[in-house]
Design a protein around this ligand. Structure first.
Ligand SMILES: [Zn+2]
Length: 211
């Protein structure tokens, strides 16, 4: 988990719970910022009735002991095995602290994900030379339409602008990091627009339509 915003953590417990109702019987390790341990404990408490019923009646292994939580407040080595090595850095996503970006190095390729962040020097270092960088991005021109229907529009707009990276800025970040492919995520929706991003050593420029 990169950070504790609802659009990034809402399915955390459900993902594990529903996997268990399907086929999961083996250990699960989770990594992320506090209060991940408390969230996990409270999620199991909230769903204790179903978990107890299924354990007793369907021959399932108890779910809570399968889940091992690793809370972190600082970047560094996350985990590693024969398939992948995972590292992280702190990024800037005020007021949410800590917020992490992760890098996954496997035998075939390397992928860095930004989480949500403003332009981050730490992220550029983390993603250095990666095959793929998945970066969160906002399209500033779409924010007015995004917030137009909410009563807290002014404050919401200021908050988004203060804690995210624009799509155009991601091109420079990808160039500085020397990544081969840049993937944009979390674009502001409710609009149709075209992006033109100059990415230096990647394609000279490309145009992408939001979907
Ligand atoms: Zn966020």
């Amino acid at each position: 988990m990169t950070h504790q915003h609802s659009d990034h953590n809402a399915d955390y417990g459900n993902l594990i719970w529903l996997a268990w109702t399907a086929v999961l019987r083996s250990r699960i390790d989770t990594w992320g910022p506090p209060p991940l341990r408390r969230m996990t404990k409270l999620f199991f408490q909230m769903n204790q009735y179903d978990i107890a019923a299924r354990t007793a009646n369907e021959g399932r292994v108890p779910l809570p002991p399968l889940v091992h939580v690793h809370e972190s407040r600082a970047g560094g080595e996350v985990m590693g095995d024969e398939l992948v090595r995972v590292t992280s850095v702190l990024v800037d996503h005020p007021p949410v602290v800590p917020a992490f970006a992760y890098r996954f190095d496997g035998p075939a390729r390397s992928i860095a994900i930004s989480g949500d962040t403003t332009p981050s020097v730490n992220l550029v270092k983390l993603a250095n030379g990666a095959d793929v960088l998945v970066h969160s991005a906002m399209y500033p021109g779409a924010i007015d339409r995004l917030v137009a229907r909410v009563p807290n529009a002014e404050k919401l707009k200021a908050s988004i602008l203060a804690r995210q990276t624009s799509a155009e800025q991601t091109g420079r970040i990808a160039q500085d990091a020397g990544v081969k492919v840049l993937v944009l995520s979390t674009l502001c929706r409710r609009t149709t627009h075209k992006l033109r991003i100059r990415c230096g050593s990647m394609q000279p420029a490309y145009t992408s339509e939001e979907r």
